[in-house]
Design a protein around this ligand. Structure first.
Ligand code: NAD
Ligand code: UFG
Length: 332
């Protein structure tokens, strides 16, 4: 079946993807520096699927250690989740983001090249579309214009790097997956997203408000040109997202393939609050504040390319994500 190196595999999306990879018979090594995750997630994965990945605590910025890993192990494919993702922090500390995300990926690609590993699946983001005249985004749209933060720029730069690699090596195979807004967690409630620091994203903030760790949710604007005035995004259940990666492996071919992974459906902040309230049975305290700089009113995926070419589409809803979030919260 194949042996996969999963960078960032102890993180939120990586850990959910490993479960789906094990369910499909792959062997897995995880590389992570544990900057934003804990090794104990591997125990939870083992509890869920009865298999445990081999773990390597390595920082992608440490070329020598990375090179040794590739020298001593034979991988068929790299799934590259590792990266820093705090949009706000990337504005304050841009070099940290370029060094870690772009520099780390350069090291990874150098090692892959040196040891003849030609296949990579990369975690990109809808942020690469920047500002577009319409809300429904498809893969043919221009990228890289109007990206409002260094985090997003690193995703765009890495995408370009992968395209250049494919141009220089006819055996290179890359799939770029542009995630929309991942939410939810494994239905067992054993793993999920629970950042230690103050999160920027809506769902982890809702979770912290519900646990009383943050007093109330700030709704960033109720005067957008959307049906209820709040921002609209395409929330995708992380288990659906994880399955998208398995589908991507099966479609790989020489060159670059790019797919949106989203549901195609927009949900507003107020609708997210209501969905959470109905799953938790409790009111969620919130206040309306001004718009957050750089936010767009409405974004959602055109997911048809992934459906047509990967045979993949989302099956779970925001309501499913909220139910699974509650199992996770109750287990903490
Ligand atoms: P996460 O922080 O939970 O996981 C990322 C993992 O990478 C962490 O375990 C972290 O310790 C590790 N890591 C970071 N830098 C590293 C380095 N230099 N060397 C080794 N390990 C390193 O984040 P996530 O939500 O699981 O995101 C996974 C990927 O998906 C990231 O690349 C992220 O940018 C991308 N993405 C996430 C979202 C989202 O909303 N969660 C949206 C679009 C794209
Ligand atoms: N929001 C609030 N209050 C909050 C946090 C968010 O009202 O405290 C709103 C935002 O204004 C937006 C929606 O909730 O309308 C979602 O915001 P997120 O921060 O969760 O997600 P974004 O769509 O802004 O950003 C996400 C990823 C980025 C990525 C971007 C574009 O977090 O990494 O999508 O794909 F760059």
């Amino acid at each position: 079946m194949g042996r996969i190196l999963v960078t960032g595999g102890t993180g939120y999306i990586g850990s959910h993807t490993i479960i789906e990879l094990f369910n499909n018979g792959y062997e897995i090594d995880v590389l992570d520096n544990l900057f934003n995750s804990k090794e104990t997630v591997l125990d939870k994965i083992e509890k869920i699927v009865g298999k445990r990945p081999i773990f390597h605590k390595i920082d992608l910025c440490d070329y020598d250690k990375l090179e040794k890993l590739f020298k001593n192990n034979q991988y068929d494919l790299v799934m590259h989740f590792a990266g820093l993702k705090a949009v706000g922090e990337s504005v304050e500390k841009p070099l940290k983001y370029y060094e870690n995300n772009v520099g780390g990926t350069v090291n990874l690609l150098k090692c892959m090249q040196k040891y003849g590993v030609n296949k990579i699946i990369f975690s990109s983001s809808a942020t690469v579309y920047g500002e577009q005249p319409i809300a429904k985004l498809d893969e043919t749209m221009q990228t890289g214009v109007g990206i409002t933060n260094p985090y997003g720029e690193t995703k765009h730069v890495i995408e370009e790097m992968l395209k250049d690699m494919a141009d220089s090596n006819s055996e290179f195979e890359a799939v770029i997956l542009r995630y929309f807004n991942p939410v939810g967690n494994h239905p067992s409630g054993l793993i999920g997203e629970d950042p230690n620091d103050i999160p920027n994203n809506l769902m982890p903030i809702i979770m912290k408000v519900s646990r009383g760790e943050i007093k109330e949710l700030s709704v960033y604007g109720d005067d957008y040109p959307t049906p209820d005035g709040s921002g609209v995004r395409d929330y995708i259940h992380v288990v659906d997202l994880a399955k998208g990666h398995v589908a991507a492996i099966k479609a790989m071919e020489p060159g670059i393939l790019i797919y949106n992974l989203g549901s195609g459906k927009g949900t507003s902040v107020f609708e997210m609050i209501k969905a959470f309230e109905s799953a938790s049975g409790k009111k969620l305290p919130y206040k309306i504040t001004g718009r957050r700089a750089g936010d767009l009113p409405e974004i959602y995926a055109d997911p048809r390319k992934a459906e047509k070419e990967l045979g993949w589409k989302t099956e779970l809803t925001v309501e499913d994500a909220m139910r699974d979030t509650m199992s996770y919260l109750n287990s903490l």
